[in-house]
Design a protein around this ligand. Sequence first.
Ligand SMILES: Cc1ncc(COP(=O)(O)O)c(C=O)c1O
Length: 495
Amino acid sequence: MRSSGNSLTGKALLEKIRSDFIGLDTTYQTVGGEQTRRIYLDSTASSLMLRPAAHITADFMNHYSNTHSKLHHSAHISTAAYDWAHERILSFVGADPDIYTCFFTGSGTTGGINRMARVFRDVHPEKDTAIISIMEHHSNDLPHRKHMKHVYHVPVDGLDENQMCISLPKLEEALRNGAGRVSYVSITAVSNVTGIINPIHDMARLAHKYGALLMVDGAQSVAHLPTKMFFPDDPDACIDALVFSGHKTYTPGSPGVVVARKDHLLAIEPEEVGGGMVDRVLEDRYQVKETFPDREEAGTPNIPGAIALATTIEILDRIGMQTLMEEEEEVLEAAINEMASIPEILVYGGTDLKACPRAASISFNIKGMDHGLVAAQLNDYFNIAVRNQCFCAHPYVKEMMSDDLEAEFGEIDFGNMSPEFMRKAGMVRASFGLYSTLEDVARLMAALRDIIQNGETYALDYELNSENDYVNTSYRVENEEIFSIVGAIDQYIGD
Ligand SMILES: Cc1ncc(COP(=O)(O)O)c(C=O)c1O
């Protein structure tokens, strides 16, 4: 599938599409009764949908068919588009199609990591250990605990060193201690808490030096940084498997993606079996396809989701990930520099971006205020959407907060955490996407300064609900009045 070659690229394309996301103009009512535009600073959880991807996928639906069908026009068109989606992603992440395959699985990164943990376990059954880090999201921790016999968590450097980055010497020490037993290392490319960027190619070299494979959790990197998996002249720097989420890559509704070396996958029977991945099935045996990605995609895949994601990726690639990264850096740098200059704000992880580069996420607290109260006030008074709590990364958050929490609550009993403790044990996270602007940062910073000054007064209008969340009692927004699926159906169908 070729482009005419006449369309926009680079910054010109970025300027055209940066505001073309569904949800950027959404408005809600704030406490004062004003209807204002929502500022979406929760892209690390899920990013907004790139409108052209939604439109183009809706056009594609005119030709939708199951890709396991063969001889009608729609089957040809769907199969070609679905094949293109795989090829597009391989080239986006710098993976040679002769060596790597791309397949879709689950609804995000979690499905892919579970899958590849089982694959790596079975490829090297003689090795029983996985190395991960304390920084990982639970989805890049629990699958290894479940599927491998031993999991070692590499620590992060302390506050006075590299400020919560994974320690490379400690990674090497773990690999050396486990030599011969470590099947693989699985590391996030970018933390979903601090946004800290890990040197994944240096980590690949270390893993390979000790005979281990490297899996990269790309959930927070693929949409924000250039990705390159394969280096023909530097095999030790290559990534063995990369997993990421379409819904964090500006395409909610799309599947999770795995890009992995074919030789590893071919060494074992596919982890999932069913229709589409076999050549022949008899009552007493079956023959698995040798061809990729079919052998890894049992059952009917999420074809429209994959096509939507590849459409987004084509557009990101036409802009250029280096250009995108630089644009996003400007927004993140403005936010972190201003936050770090306010004594009442505690930013987690190193704030010197040269020593400790970051992408997309900043987690912080306003000193003395509960994370949930800050997040609720940002939403209710300022229409700013952020995430709070521990972001499915409890060990890392604990590492950064335990001194402060122990000073307040004494020794922490993780089997018995009080509601008061839970309201303190967490952070607020502001996260950015390619649609985030310096104006969004200015709105966030103005809101935080206001909360620092007036938050205690606003707090008088809050009570805690049964889930230990703060609820404003002075106003109520009825979700059903803003949007209801059944209401939308009634409206569509009419009388
Ligand atoms: C670093 C990281 N890894 C894995 C995941 C899990 O992704 P998903 O929920 O799409 O399965 C997330 C989600 O936030 C994440 O941030």
